[in-house]
Each structure stands twice: as structure tokens, then as C-alpha cells.
Design a protein around this ligand. Structure first.
Ligand SMILES: Cc1cc2nc3c(=O)[nH]c(=O)nc-3n(C[C@H](O)[C@H](O)[C@H](O)COP(=O)(O)OP(=O)(O)OC[C@H]3O[C@@H](n4cnc5c(N)ncnc54)[C@H](O)[C@@H]3O)c2cc1C
Length: 411
């Protein structure tokens, strides 16, 4: 049931409506567990239960409170949406379908047609169509614009062929945003188009990749003459690089935590958790305390950077280099936080009884996963290049193939 609030309501009215909705719709056991924090909620709320219940939350409009009502939101301001967060934050009602919300939706808002938004956004919000991102290729990661996947127009359909890699959650997704080359005669950034691909179409082959934590998070995806309706092209033909900019900015914000529902919400404050563990274990050591306080202070700095990015976006600006600063900082900081969590756990973090994967301690999983933070969503080195050029005014990286047709460039 949609929350009965609008832009004319004050924050108290919105908070009261959200509280009433929570009382009526959130299962009592989850509510009761929330006093014990996220770990207590996780203990009574298996992911499958949360996924089954999620449409109830999505239908309230609170999952995307600032989006227009027609796309599944409540049309509230960012400030009003914060009043909702005050109520649902402690219940840890995380948004499902993050790549749909943060990677697919921004370009639809910025470059899509109204028909495309009405077709694709509501199922993203309800988690009925889950999304992944088909950008990286074996020969195109940091230098994404050199990508080779081919797209040719045949009547009113595009035919896509090629290979993508590192495609997070493709094995659980119904749709993908996908970059493909539509003009090999143009310089590399000018011959790319942006497509929405139905992964259930004939010719799609998703192959799972197991990462060093032992789990399957990402995949190789092969497209063999996959037919994509012309309706699913976002923006103009050959102009996909500009459209991809909206996705990459949304992704950087998500990874840095400056987008709504970022790491601050999903993972909780890492330093706060560490300090709580430090107290619970009864450790009293000046060097450890100093280290944790440094991490705590750094986390506040990162949160301030994220708040600045959010304020810029709210004022109608683009996230700009601030998103890269947050991304670089968050990657390094999270690795330090996760490592510190393992150090606090002591031997438990490196040796445990039972299955090495199923029984792996939470801290160890977090530490292993955090190694990817400086790679995913653009590497730290590449983001530093962006900052060097856009913030420090350093010379651009030389590109000996500037202006040369993509098909003439070495790959
Ligand atoms: C957990 C995870 C999830 C991911 N999910 C997705 C996804 O869902 N969809 C998707 O499309 N991709 C995804 N990726 C891929 C990711 O975007 C790429 O790994 C990333 O852009 C780097 O590309 P690469 O791996 O090809 O490394 P390369 O580009 O080959 O880089 C190798 C090394 O060289 C450095 N380097 C490269 N160019 C420069 C330069 N110009 N200056 C300085 N140093 C440079 C890099 O920093 C890096 O250290 C994911 C990656 C990870 C780790």
C-alpha cells in the first residue's frame, strides 16, 4: 500500500505516516530484533524471507521516495525522504536490485524516453526485473571505450555479438545494460551505443566465475547474435559513451556510499561496529585504540565528502570529481576497516571449524571481499587520473590514437 504523503507534508507528518506503515506491514519479529542492530535483524530475517516480503515495501513507494509516483516513488524532496530514512533506517530495510536502481535507472532518467521509463523503472523498483551491467570485456576494463562487442541494425532490431566479463549478478538477472560498438569507423568514444538487453533472449550464455572468497558473484556473458528491439536503445545511436557517463557516476556514488542506499546503509558504519567490538571484547590497548579512532575520524571525513556529493546532486549538479574522491577514499578505508575487524577477531578470523566457506567468519568474508573495492566501479589508479586532470589541472594522459578510427587502433 502506497504511503499517503506528498510534497506539501511536513517532516513530522511524513515520519508519522512511515511509522504507521511500519507497524502495519513489517513483521513483528523483525521489528523486535531491530533493537539489537543489524546482526540481530539478520538472525531473524533470512534473505529469502526478505525477498518474498520486498514487494510490500516497494509498493509503499519508500524504496525510491524521491522518484515520481508514475515510476514507483512518492515524488518527495531529498529532505522529506530523510524523514522516511529516520524511521526505516534502524529496521535495515535495504533496497534490492541495486544495479537496477543505481546503474540502469540514472541513464533512463537522463537520456531515456518517457515510454522507456514507464516500461522499465517500475519493475526495477519492485525487484521483478533484476539488472546487471555488461560493460567490461576481456580487452576493455579501465579503457572501457575500446570495447569490441558488435551491434548491427537489422530492420527494427539490433543484433549483438561478443563477450563481456566480470558481470556482477548476471546469473540472477533478467536484464542488462550493455555497451556495444555500432560504428567501428568512428574514434573509439564516438561509435558506441547503449542497449537494454533481455538476458532470457536466444543467444545469451551466462557462465559463472567463482571468486577467491569461494562464492559466485560475477560471470562471463557471451552474446551470439542476440536480437534487441530498437525500443531498447537508450539515447542516440553512436552516443552511448555519453549515456554510459550517467551509469558510471551512479555506480561510483553507490560504491562510495554517496548514493541513497549506499554502503552507509547496507554495511552500516564500519568504524562504529569496530568500536563496539573493541568494547565488547574488553580490549584496552592504546595503539589499537589510536588506530580505531583514526579509522573512525576517516569515516567521518568520507561521510562528509558523500554528503557534499549528495548536496551537489540535489542542487541539480552532476556528482563530478567528488564522486571519484569518495570512491578512492572509500576503497582504501574499507580495506583498512575490514582488516582491523579481522585483527580484533584474532585467530578466529584465520582458522575456524566446519566448512571453510559456509562457516567463514563475517569479518574474514568482509576482508576478502574488500580487496575488490579498489578495482570495482573504476580502479583507484584510474580515479586518481580523473582527479589529477579534473581537480589538480594536470595534463591529460597522452592518447596517441586520439581521433583515429576504432578499427585502426591496437587492442
Ligand atoms: C567485484 C567486481 C565487480 C565488477 N562488476 C562489474 C560489472 O558488473 N560489470 C562490468 O562491466 N564490470 C564489472 N567489473 C569490472 C571492473 O569495472 C574492471 O575490473 C575495472 O574497470 C578494471 O578493469 P580491468 O579489470 O580490465 O583492469 P585493467 O584495466 O586491465 O587494469 C589493470 C591495472 O592497470 C591499472 N591501469 C589501467 N589503466 C591505467 C591508467 N590509464 N593509468 C594508471 N593505471 C592504469 C589499473 O588500475 C589496474 O591496476 C567488476 C570488477 C570487480 C572487481
Amino acid at each position: 500500500m502506497r504511503l499517503g504523503v506528498s510534497r506539501t507534508d511536513d517532516h513530522n507528518t511524513i515520519r508519522a505516516a512511515a511509522r504507521a506503515w511500519v507497524t502495519a506491514n513489517v513483521p513483528e519479529a523483525w521489528h523486535a530484533a531491530s533493537v539489537g542492530g543489524r546482526a540481530a535483524i539478520r538472525a531473524v530475517r533470512p534473505r529469502s524471507d526478505y525477498e518474498a516480503w520486498y514487494p510490500t515495501f516497494a509498493d509503499s513507494g519508500m524504496a525510491v521516495a524521491t522518484w515520481p509516483v508514475a515510476y514507483g516513488g512518492l515524488d518527495l524532496t531529498v529532505e522529506q525522504a530523510k524523514a522516511i530514512e529516520d524511521v526505516i533506517g534502524p529496521l535495515n530495510l535495504g533496497r534490492l536490485n541495486p544495479l537496477g536502481l543505481h546503474n540502469a535507472a540514472p541513464p533512463l532518467f537522463a537520456f531515456g524516453t518517457e515510454e522507456q521509463r514507464l516500461r522499465f523503472l517500475p519493475p526495477i523498483v519492485r525487484n521483478e526485473e533484476r539488472w546487471c551491467q555488461l560493460f567490461s570485456e576481456p580487452g576493455a576494463g579501465s579503457d572501457l571505450a575500446s570495447l569490441s562487442m558488435k551491434a548491427e541494425l537489422d530492420g527494427d532490431e539490433w543484433v549483438l555479438s561478443g563477450q563481456k566479463v566480470w558481470s556482477t549478478w548476471a546469473h540472477h538477472s533478467e536484464f542488462a545494460i550493455c555497451l556495444a560498438r555500432t560504428d567501428p569507423d568512428a574514434p573509439k568514444r564516438r561509435g558506441i551505443s547503449y542497449f537494454l538487453v533481455d538476458l532470457r533472449a536466444p543467444g545469451v550464455d551466462v557462465r559463472e566465475l567463482r571468486h577467491m572468497g569461494g562464492e559466485v558473484d560475477f560471470n562471463e556473458v557471451w552474446l551470439d547474435e542476440v536480437r534487441v528491439p530498437a525500443f531498447n536503445l537508450v539515447g542516440y545511436v553512436h552516443d552511448g559513451w555519453r549515456v554510459a557517463g550517467a551509469t558510471l557516476a551512479g555506480e561510483r556514488q553507490m560504491v562510495a556510499g554517496s548514493g541513497s542506499g549506499g554502503v552507509d546503509r547496507i554495511g552500516g558504519s564500519g568504524a562504529d561496529r569496530l568500536l563496539a567490538t573493541y568494547r565488547e571484547l574488553g580490549i584496552d590497548h592504546p595503539v589499537t585504540r589510536d588506530h580505531l579512532m583514526r579509522l573512525h575520524a576517516e569515516e567521518h571525513i568520507r561521510q562528509s565528502t558523500n554528503a557534499r556529493v549528495r548536496a551537489t546532486v540535489k542542487a541539480g549538479g552532476t556528482p563530478g570529481p567528488g564522486a571519484s574522491i569518495g570512491k578512492v577514499h572509500q576503497g582504501r578505508l574499507n580495506q583498512q576497516l575490514q582488516l582491523a575487524a579481522c585483527e580484533l577477531s584474532g585467530m578466529e578470523a584465520i582458522a575456524w571449524e566446519g566448512d571453510w566457506l559456509d562457516d567463514m567468519p563475517y569479518a574474514t568474508k568482509g576482508m576478502i571481499r574488500s580487496r575488490a573495492n579498489t578495482i570495482e566501479g573504476g580502479t583507484t589508479e584510474v580515479n586518481k587520473n580523473v582527479l589529477g586532470e579534473q581537480v589538480l589541472g594536470l595534463p591529460r594522459e597522452p592518447d596517441p590514437y586520439h581521433g583515429v578510427a576504432w578499427k585502426e587502433t591496437p587492442r
